[in-house]
Design a protein around this ligand. Structure first.
Ligand SMILES: [Zn+2]
Length: 129
């Protein structure tokens, strides 16, 4: 099922990368956003770069396996749990499980080819490290 889904996605060229988009600016009311993934689109404020494209492509994979909606529910849930634990918006953002996976692997171009499904589950928001 997973293989079939991804093959269908490849055929219709997901993600759709939009450069020089106004979407990141519109989404920057609360925090400054350079690029944003809203499945199946990745919006860049400018021409983009390979590392951010890799980061956002990891979010595309996460959103695909969580049918998009559950990604956003868990994303907000992790942020709330992080705010309770750390009481710091920037730290809470970085401790969101999806962001931990994306930041840890955004420099590895081979990561998406070797990634295990639901790899974000190995990360913890509530960590005492
Ligand atoms: Zn991210």
């Amino acid at each position: 099922m997973q293989g079939l889904l991804l093959r269908v996605c490849d055929e219709i060229m997901i993600p759709v990368v939009v450069k020089n988009s106004k979407v990141p600016g519109i989404m920057s009311i609360i925090i400054d956003v350079y690029a944003i993934t809203l499945w199946p689109f990745i919006f860049f404020r400018d021409d983009g770069n390979d590392i951010t494209l890799q980061h956002e492509s990891i979010h595309i994979k996460q959103q695909t396996e969580l049918l998009v909606l559950f990604f956003y529910i868990l994303y907000v849930w992790d942020w709330i749990v992080g705010m309770i634990k750390y009481r710091d918006g920037a730290v809470s953002y970085r401790m969101i499980r999806f962001e931990q996976e994306a930041y840890e692997n955004e420099h590895d171009p081979a990561y998406l080819d070797n990634r295990q499904p639901y790899a974000w589950r190995k990360y913890r928001v509530w960590s005492d490290k």
